[in-house]
Write a protein that binds this ligand. Structure first.
Ligand SMILES: [Zn+2]
Length: 299
């Protein structure tokens, strides 16, 4: 916040710095005192200092993140950047679900994996990189498909789900299971130079089925394999998903992408929001709830 204040042009550089220093020191002391009182170690305070300093976060939010559990479905184009930022931010437990092995054609966008990982399980590759980035984070891996047989068991106990899957069946399954278990989640989809994302808080906001009642017919579906994707577009959307998870877990429900779909078009470099209304007849979150289920992979 303070760095956005332009320094006034006066006589010399040193005097200008002195004029804002007391303020900076006051803010740092305030936020670090809060962090210390919340029992973060000195290393943790240093590691997370730049986000603890953000007035909307602070030490208490850092402690909440430390006790949070986030499930990332798919260690692909969306899940990789999302998991990296979640681990860097100090989420206590990260679950990674992905049944696939790393392929050469994944590396252009799936930034947790490197050339030497080709042939390795994506979940194990992701775990190694995330542990290297932040050993504070417990990374649980599931080298399996998120499907109707295991979805409830895999998702139970998590506080937030990042859906980084690349197919509609999994996206609807994540929605239905999250609504059933009362777990907030971030949906995202990417194709070519475009992406879309929305956050769902069960019992409060519109869900993915309120927007799209059912998966489109197979002939209408474009996926990364068939239509291509710019890696940086996946990175932008995955990063937004991580931001939503962190905001939700830190207690910012008002500023989330709820009851709207955020659409990103990198071709013209524009974002816009479409309103999404809660559908009282929604099969997942409406009065007559029913849960449909099916299968997965990463984008
Ligand atoms: Zn709904």
């Amino acid at each position: 916040m303070l760095v956005l204040i332009p320094l006034p042009r006066t006589t010399g550089g040193k005097d200008e710095v002195r004029s804002i220093e007391p303020l900076l020191i006051f803010e740092k002391r305030f936020f670090f005192a809060e962090a210390m009182s919340s029992r973060l170690t000195n290393d943790q305070i240093e590691r997370y200092s730049r986000q603890i300093m953000v007035p909307d976060l602070g030490g208490k939010a850092q402690i909440r993140l430390r006790h949070s559990h986030v499930l990332v479905i798919g260690a692909g184009g969306l899940g990789c950047p999302a998991a990296l930022y979640l681990a860097a931010a100090g989420i206590g437990t990260l679950g990674i679900v992905d049944p696939d092995k790393v392929e050469l054609s994944n590396l252009q966008r799936q930034i947790l994996h490197a050339t030497e990982d080709i042939g390795r399980q994506k979940a194990a590759s992701a775990q190694a990189k995330l542990n290297r980035l932040n050993p504070d984070v417990e990374v649980k891996i599931h080298s399996t498909r998120f499907d109707d047989a295991n979805a409830v068991e895999l998702a139970t106990g998590y506080d937030f789900i990042v859906d980084g899957s690349d197919n509609f069946d999994t996206k609807f399954l994540v929605n239905d299971v999250a609504i059933r278990l009362g777990i907030a989640f971030s949906h995202a989809g990417i194709v070519r130079l475009q992406g879309q994302t929305m956050t769902v808080i069960p019992g409060k906001s519109a869900c993915y089925r309120c927007l799209f009642q059912a998966p489109p017919p197979p002939e209408e579906i474009l996926n990364c394999q068939q239509s291509g994707i710019l890696g940086a577009v996946a990175g932008t959307l995955g990063t937004i998903q991580a931001t939503e998870a962190i905001k939700y877990l830190a207690g910012f429900e008002e500023g989330l992408i709820t009851d709207r779909l955020l659409v990103y078009d990198a071709k013209v470099m524009k974002f816009h929001s479409m309103e999404v209304k809660k559908d009282p007849k929604c099969a997942a979150c409406g009065a007559a709830k029913q849960n449909k289920v099916t299968s997965s992979t990463s984008a």
